[in-house]
Write a protein that binds this ligand. Structure first.
Ligand SMILES: [Zn+2]
Ligand SMILES: [Zn+2]
Length: 358
């Protein structure tokens, strides 16, 4: 057992408490990573707020990077390896994994968490990681090697926000050159959906958000046009801007109001991609007759349908070429002691990504 400091969620909606926890050594196929950075994602906040349930106490945090500090039996990593840590845990042999969709792995999760309080009380390893802590113990399938020339703070963003946005545009939406794309929400995931659409060759990328500042960021990341969500019938304005309705609309925020309006942007045959995650139980409304009569589709995109071994090297290459923005995504760097301030800043919606630096 190693003693580390972690930001513990003891009650939904309450501030996290920084306290010592015990971390079990890595078991077969597991790796202990000493973290350098962990970004704050809106999924962490949804869990902290109790939006998706789960057992407490828990340690959340899942967008991390660091250095391997111990390995269990059968690990292909070695101490000193630089890695990013994701929540994508894949057995490699279930039907989902075997058909190239590791984000949908159906293998049961391990029942025992490696994290516990000093008195032995088990602590939930939130989002398969528990990365609001100085170290994590995770399955080695959750890691991807990092080259020495990338900063740990920007690398951490590749673990979730970047792959979720880009993968939704490139893998799930399958955007093709010349298409008209609408991205609702210009936060951390939305900006990456925008750069994914640009990499895929979209002719028009129209960003919709409630904030003028975020729309300015959207233009920086490749949006050709921007519209305030509060404008009257923004879907009509989008159609006027592009000269036609959208081939694809990506909803990257967890607001059901955004889901209610999203189908209005679509052209016949258009596809709506659900990326942002509202709290459990929230519902959106749409007219099935329109889908049937116009050949439109709605599909979900989890973690950008990422395959780590395929996608992380590609994204690192694009970053080195200057075709993928990562540094510009970091809007704040915070010590672990100030994690509640960093979370509060993320809640305001103004941040791109706040990163905890260990
Ligand atoms: Zn995330
Ligand atoms: Zn699997």
């Amino acid at each position: 057992m190693t003693e580390i400091r972690a930001a513990i969620c003891e009650a939904f909606g309450a501030p996290l408490r920084l306290a010592p926890v015990r971390l079990a050594p890595p078991g077969p196929g597991e790796v202990e990573v000493t973290l350098a950075a962990c970004a704050i994602c809106h999924s962490d906040i949804s869990y902290i707020d109790g939006g998706w349930g789960g057992a407490l106490p828990a340690v959340f945090g899942h967008e991390a990077s660091g250095t391997v500090s111990a390995t269990g039996p059968g690990s292909r990593y070695a101490p000193g390896d630089r890695v990013l840590v994701t929540l994508i845990r894949a057995c490699g042999s279930c039907l989902s994994c075997a058909t190239g969709r590791p984000v949908l792995c159906t293998a049961p999760k391990p029942e025992r968490s490696p994290i516990s309080l000093p008195d032995g009380t088990p602590v939930t390893r939130g989002l398969n990681c528990g990365a609001f802590a100085e170290r994590v113990v995770v399955d080695q399938s959750q890691l991807a090697p990092l080259p020495g020339d990338i900063g740990m703070d920007v690398a951490a963003l590749l673990s979730c926000g970047v792959i979720t946005g880009i993968g939704a545009a490139v893998h799930t939406a399958g955007i093709r050159p010349g298409e008209v794309v609408v991205v609702i929400g210009a936060g951390g995931v939305g900006l990456n959906a925008i750069q994914g659409a640009r990499l895929a060759g979209a002719a028009r990328i129209i960003a919709i958000d409630l904030s003028e500042a975020k729309l300015a960021a959207a233009r920086e990341f490749g949006a050709t046009d921007t519209l305030l969500a509060t404008a009257e019938k923004p879907w009509s304005a989008a159609r006027r801007l592009a000269g036609r309705a959208a081939d694809c609309v990506l909803v990257t925020v967890g607001a059901t109001a955004a889901y209610d309006s999203a189908p209005r942007y679509l052209a016949p045959g258009g596809r709506l991609v659900a990326v942002g995650m509202p709290h459990s139980g929230e519902t959106a409304r749409y007219e099935p007759v329109i889908l049937a009569a116009t050949g439109q589709s709605i599909t979900g995109s989890l973690m950008g349908e990422t395959v780590l071994a395929r996608d992380i090297p590609r994204l690192l290459d694009l970053y080195r070429q200057g075709r993928l923005k990562l540094d510009e995504l970091v809007s704040g760097r915070w010590p672990l002691e100030r994690i509640n301030d960093a979370i509060a800043d993320t809640r305001t919606g103004a941040a791109r990504r706040n990163v905890i630096i260990f």
